[in-house]
Design a protein around this ligand. Structure first.
Ligand SMILES: N[C@@H](CCC(=O)N[C@@H](CS)C(=O)NCC(=O)O)C(=O)O
Length: 202
């Protein structure tokens, strides 16, 4: 299998952390590409029409995207149980969606600052994205700590990668303020070998 990869993409990191945790790294070749909304990576054009990473090329089926589909596929392949059966499954999927929503808002903020011409940037819109992230972090801190402290699952991995991305690109916003339990959880979670090995270059 070939994973279209970027070392700074938090969505790719979700897949990489899962590959580490489920001992499937050796089954995947990495191809690093740089793709942005205004400059799609050429190798992705024929594989993944949205030209986003991650995308997972397989020999026995079509290329998979996005990160949630790839993670579900790799989890099933390894029979790792990162998406448990029963009612816990809906908690994990909801937690992953919340973490990915943080990422979506944070990535939009990054693109606004890095890609949009300065005279077209819209501060209120950027602030509105941060309000979503701020609210989501507060909800994680208030309602999800018991789940986050339980056995490893895909929801936890997604939250770890989302908070790591906030540190990478939006550190000055200070997501830890008022979220002590979440900050303490992240300090421990980010020390896992799978998180250390996939830390993005600063
Ligand atoms: N929902 C997608 C989001 C993937 C995504 O936005 N990846 C970014 C890199 S962090 C990308 O490839 N952007 C290029 C683009 O938007 O065209 C997923 O979970 O995989």
């Amino acid at each position: 299998m070939k994973l279209y990869h970027s070392p700074t993409s938090p969505y790719v990191r979700k897949v990489m952390v899962l590959l580490h945790e489920t001992e499937q790294l050796q089954d995947v070749e990495l191809e690093t590409v740089a793709s942005t909304p205004v400059s799609p990576a050429a190798p992705l054009l024929s594989k993944a029409p949205l030209t986003k990473v991650p995308a997972l090329e397989r020999s026995d089926g079509p290329t998979l995207f996005d990160s949630r589909v790839i993670c579900a596929f790799l989890d099933a392949r390894a029979k790792a149980g990162m998406y448990p059966e029963g009612s816990a499954r809906w908690d994990v999927l909801t937690l992953e969606a919340l973490a990915d929503g943080i990422l979506d808002a944070a990535l939009l903020m990054t693109y606004e600052a890095r890609l949009r011409p300065e005279d077209k940037q819209w501060d209120d819109w950027v602030e509105a994205q941060w309000v979503k992230i701020d609210r989501a972090c507060a909800v994680l801190n208030q309602r999800w700590m018991a789940h986050l402290s339980g056995p490893l699952d895909m929801g936890q991995i997604a939250v770890g990668c989302a908070l790591g991305y906030l540190d990478l690109r939006h550190d000055a916003r200070g997501w830890r303020k008022g979220n002590d339990a979440l900050a303490a959880w992240y300090a421990e979670f980010s020390a896992r070998p799978s998180m250390v090995e996939t830390r993005p270059p600063s």
